[in-house]
Structure formats: C-alpha cells, structure tokens
Design a protein around this ligand. Sequence first.
Ligand code: HEM
Length: 334
Amino acid sequence: MFRLAQEQVKPTEAGIIKAIVQSIIVDQVKAHKPGTVARRDVHAFSHGTVEGVFTVLSGLPAEYAVGLFAEPRSYDTLIRFSNGTPNSMADILPNVRGIALKLKGVTGKKLLNGQEDSDSADFLMANNQTFFIADVEDYVPVHDLVGKNSFIQLFRQYPADTKRLLASLFKLVKNPLTTAYYSQSPYLFGEGKAVKYALIPTELSPTLSFPNVFDKEYLMHAVEKTLRNRSTRFTFCVQLQTESDPIEDPTVQWSGPFVALATLDIKQRGNVPLLESSGEALSFNPWRVTAEHRPLGWANRLRQLVYKSDFEWRDGVNASQNQPKGNGCPFHRS
Ligand code: HEM
C-alpha cells in the first residue's frame, strides 16, 4: 500500500544526481565538434516540430478539473517529435520515440528555476508506458553498461531492466501521429493526488503498410504526408494513482483507467516541408509547469537539473557560434 502522491527521497539521491549531471555535461563538452550545432544529450534528432491546439474538455468532473484543466479553454501548442538516441539513426532501427508539448499562454508561476514567469507549460512523453530503471541507485551502472553496448553484462546484472529496455526499443512505429505516448513518471494533480499522463491518437497505425526501410527519415515523411491535406488528433488522458501504484518506481504500470481531459489537434501543413532542426532552439522541461502539476518521483527529480543544465550548455555554445539562441520557450525558431 502506498500513500497517495507521497515521495520518498533516498539519502544518497542528491549526490547521485549531482554526479549524473556533471558527467552528462563533461561528455557533451567532449563530444561536441566546434562549429557544429550543440545538440540535446538524448532525443537529439527530431521528426520535425509542428503546431497544434490543446483544448481542455468542458464539463470535466470536479476531481479532474484541476490546475490547467480547471476551465475549458484552448492553448496554441508546439509539438516536437524525436528519436531518443543521442545520434542520428535510421528510423527503422530500434529506438525510443518521444513527444514534447509546449502549451502557450499558461498563466501561473512555473516551478522551473529561472523560468518562473514563463507563459508556457511543457509535457514530455515517450512511446512506452513505463521507464526501464526502477531505482535512482541503479541509474549510473545501468546507463554506463547501455552506453558501452555491454548488453550481456547488463542482462547478467540487471535482467529486469534489460528486458524492459529491449521491449521499449523494439516497437515498430509507422507514424509518430498514430502512436500512443506516456509520461512514465508521475505528476501531482492538485492536493494529495497523483497522475500519469498519456496521449492517445484517435487514428490507429495503418495495419497493412510497412515503412519504407530505405528512407532514413520515414517518420518525418509520414508526418509530412499525413498533415499535407488534413489535421490529426490525440486525446490527452490522465491515470489517477491508486494505493497499489508506487510514486518512486517508474517501472511499474499503474492500474487505473486513463480518463480523457483534453484534445490535441495537430494542424494541417500543406506542402511546407518539415525541418529536422526546427525545434533546436527550444527547451522542453517537465518542471516548466505550475505547482498543481509538480513532477514526482526520483526520475523527475533527476530530470529537474539534467534538462536545465543540458539546455543551458547547448544554448550557450550555440549562441557563441552564432546559432539561433533560444530563450527557453520561443514560439518559433528565429
Ligand atoms: C521518465 C521518463 C522520461 C521521458 C518520458 C522522457 C522524455 C523525453 C523527451 C520526449 C525528450 C525530448 C524533449 C525535446 O523534444 O526537447 C527528452 C529529452 C531529454 N531527456 Fe528525457 N525522458 C525521461 C526520463 C529521462 C531521464 C531519467 C533522464 C536522465 C538523464 C533524461 C534525460 C533527458 C535529456 C538530457 C534530454 C535533453 C534535454 C535538453 O537538452 O533539452 N530523461 N526526454
């Protein structure tokens, strides 16, 4: 039995997080070739950034009319689709697929340090219901073995993590617009309640067509093709925590139903080609939200410093090289 929305921080956590952040930035600095764009540490390559409208449904029951969802209204939204790896890989190869939303015109103080007055709120998700590492103390050893491609060693030492990682990597995605995405980690939902998020496409993947494996960027081309003559829609849902659902272990799939709170309509684009680099100057951060939606659990506490430090590093390098500089939440790349 778990107490609802209650976090439990291990005494070792702060030191582990500090070391992870330092090692990410040291590795980023080492890997960066002067004169080239400084990219994200992971989710570095995108299938494009598109525009949409996020609409909170009217008539939500009181227990769901919380924070951003308290009143029915629409928010202009930017959506960046990505592969999870640091390197550019052909879309047919195993990968995690990510989606990042930036809602504009969201009032209220944000939790992200230095971005309190931002008028955006960000939601980040990936195409698997759960994260693959259970405990903050396993993060560094597991990550190191994955980084070295030592999968046999990884399987010997962390069999459950290895199975979860492989299951999340080997999912055939035909089109980012017909894929479901999940927050994996929990978020506060007003006082004493916690939720996980999901974005469920209203159209399912076509069952017959197989992706063109020779097209390295078939996912971007699928988005272009789908949005050429029409818009497409996702439903934004939350899953309330029950007493059998843990906050601190993001590898556990929660038990309750997903309940629809909003729609996300992705706009038709006509023949405008998508650019892989179009979201490069943007920063998406799960902590750019108001206090009612505070990120919970070790993975989110780790992300608080990781995303901020990674963005500040890459944005600083890009500005010094006269690449477009982001302000953390520009609506369009300049
Ligand atoms: C818990 C589930 C997680 C999900 C659903 C998730 C999802 C995402 C997504 C969708 C992006 C791309 C954002 C964009 O388009 O700018 C991203 C970026 C990133 N993620 Fe995660 N992530 C998770 C956990 C983690 C963890 C535990 C770490 C720990 C190191 C991490 C490190 C990063 C980094 C460094 C970036 C790039 C940040 C930037 O430079 O802007 N993520 N993540």
